[in-house]
Design a protein around this ligand. Structure first.
Ligand SMILES: C[S@@+](CC[C@H](N)C(=O)[O-])C[C@H]1O[C@@H](n2cnc3c(N)ncnc32)[C@H](O)[C@@H]1O
Length: 226
């Protein structure tokens, strides 16, 4: 593992490279090559989405945290489980499309089970209705996890369980975010879940696109499965 901290300009160049990946193979190659520097690089970006999602889950979940089973979709190296562990959650299953990311998640020792799966190409590899909490952070955006996968996140949740999702609210993700919100609302109208809270956060992370500077905003969505 690399120990030197990257500069903001280097991290920005890395992420702009990710935007050039279009096929699933390019996507997994990109994350495989980024895995060892990922935690340090996202710290340079002041990436707070895992802790914001964990705080939101913690403020709504009233069950037994040690016993609850959490599905961490697009788990990466395990930053979300690490934050949720601080709030008392103890059982995690992780899914990701990059085997190098999964290897680091495995080394974190936080997950009971980890599965390799490229969502959008294949169905979520879990049993429906099993999880107390399903969380997806930093992966609902253009070129990553397609919007329609949120239906599978809902299916994998126990009735009464929670689904926590995040997305970016910046220019480059505007259309994706609008499509995501249409799908979330449609599913609510179908009686699949109820919206518990939507939190828009201004200082989500440092901007990396050419059109923006400073901080971009983002959102955390909490839904309760009916
Ligand atoms: C920005 S990282 C977020 C990781 C972690 N959730 C976090 O917040 O640190 C995005 C992760 O999503 C995974 N990913 C992107 N698209 C995916 C897809 N279609 N199916 C499965 N995993 C995907 C990548 O491999 C990567 O680990």
């Amino acid at each position: 593992m690399s120990t030197a901290t990257n500069t903001f300009e280097n991290v920005k160049a890395t992420i702009l490279l990710a935007h050039k990946s279009s096929t699933s193979r390019e996507k997994s190659n990109f994350y495989n090559s980024w895995a060892n520097n990922y935690d340090q690089d996202v710290a340079v970006l002041d990436y707070r989405a895992p802790s914001l999602a964990a705080n939101s889950i913690s403020s709504h979940f009233s069950g037994n945290r040690e016993a609850a089973v959490v599905l961490d979709v697009a788990c990466g190296t395990g930053l979300v489980a690490k934050q949720m562990r601080r709030h008392g959650f103890g059982h995690f299953v992780g899914i990701d499309g990059s085997d190098a990311m999964l290897e680091l998640a495995r080394k974190s020792g936080l997950y009971q089970d980890l599965k390799l799966s490229m969502l959008g190409d294949e169905p979520l590899p879990v049993q429906w209705g099993l999880f107390d909490v399903v969380v997806i952070v930093g992966a609902l955006s253009l070129g990553q996890v397609p919007v329609d996968v949120v239906r599978e996140l809902c299916k994998s949740t126990k009735p009464g369980g929670y689904v926590c999702m995040t997305t970016r609210s910046n220019l480059t993700n505007k259309e994706y975010k609008a499509a995501l919100e249409r799908e979330l609302k449609q599913m609510e109208e179908e009686g699949l879940w109820a919206c518990v809270e939507v939190t828009e956060v201004e200082d989500w992370e440092r901007a990396v696109s050419e059109q923006e500077d400073g901080y971009i905003s983002g959102a955390v969505y909490m839904y309760k499965k009916l």
